[in-house]
Write a protein that binds this ligand. Sequence first.
Ligand code: FAD
Length: 331
Amino acid sequence: MQIQENISLLPHNTFLMDVSARYWAEYGSVEELRDLLRRFADMPNLFIGQGSNLLFTKDYDGIILHSAMARARAVKETRDEVHIEAQSGLVLDQLIEQLCDMNLYGLENLSHIPGETGAAAVQNVGAYGVEAKDAISEVQALDTTTLQPCTLTNAACRFGYRDSVFKHEATGRYVITSVTFRLSKKPVYHLDYGNLRDALPATPSPTDIRNAVIRIRQSKLPEVSQTGSAGSFFKNPVVAEETADKLLSKHPAMPYYKQTDGIKIPAAWLIEQAGCKGMKSGDAEVYEHQPLVIVNRGNATPEDVMTLAQSIQEKVKEFSGIELQREVIYI
Ligand SMILES: Cc1cc2nc3c(=O)[nH]c(=O)nc-3n(C[C@H](O)[C@H](O)[C@H](O)COP(=O)(O)OP(=O)(O)OC[C@H]3O[C@@H](n4cnc5c(N)ncnc54)[C@H](O)[C@@H]3O)c2cc1C
């Protein structure tokens, strides 16, 4: 177990916000996590992965807890499937690379998404027509109210679009310790999203799909190692049919996707049409290749990012009447 005091969070958030935390602790086992929760019971705590979906808005006056548990193992195998339990601190993309090497299908479309396995369940990460929930069979956690381990089934996690029970009534209650994924030995393809199929042979392996996804992502999204950002800043809004119809009558070229609960409109399209391309506030800027992303050009402060995000929300509201919801979590 490692505990540090008054540390800079610069290496712990992909937006590269230069703020600090009163305490930072890393635990290598559930026992250590339990000890930390007992010892620091009287102060605010935050469970963190790679900090790739967060905006630290100020110094954190509490303890930040990071999982150093990063192993994966097969826990069940049938004729068609393998169930892999991956610990929360394992980098998701490393897990996906291993699964592709094992020729297992299920997570390859999520290649190159930053972050760790625990957070992938919190966020129900998604890309190229696949969400983590499609492969998650259950989530193992420590219940911070009882300090006892527990298991949540896929249904109990109540996954939604970038959403789960861990972001609502269970916020802060469960620390995810591992996630069990159900992977297929036989090809199960999701290639109809974007231009993914065009980049692939007729019967691609998981590694072929992974490589194609990585190539496409690299052409559109900032590289975490080079540019500060937290990926998509806003969620794609899902609106009532009447709202979409009104917008379509004014903008017949508007892209939209029918969902069970309404019509999904790409937030990037709304942001671009609202005239936000090229907008900046201090060193925070709308990313030139993907207007859904706000980037840190070097010395952006939390205020720069928040001001820019608010201006985008106001302009989109003015243009369409739609209120964009943040995907990035403010801490
Ligand atoms: C360049 C870029 C591209 C991106 N592309 C995508 C994309 O295509 N699709 C997508 O869905 N997302 C994308 N993201 C967002 C981000 O990668 C995901 O949300 C990711 O799951 C965050 O993982 P993390 O480990 O960094 O979590 P963090 O940002 O550290 O935490 C996210 C949330 O999870 C909680 N949390 C973390 N670990 C635990 C735990 N063990 N137990 C309980 N709660 C925990 C945190 O408290 C926080 O609420 C992108 C981000 C970047 C920077």
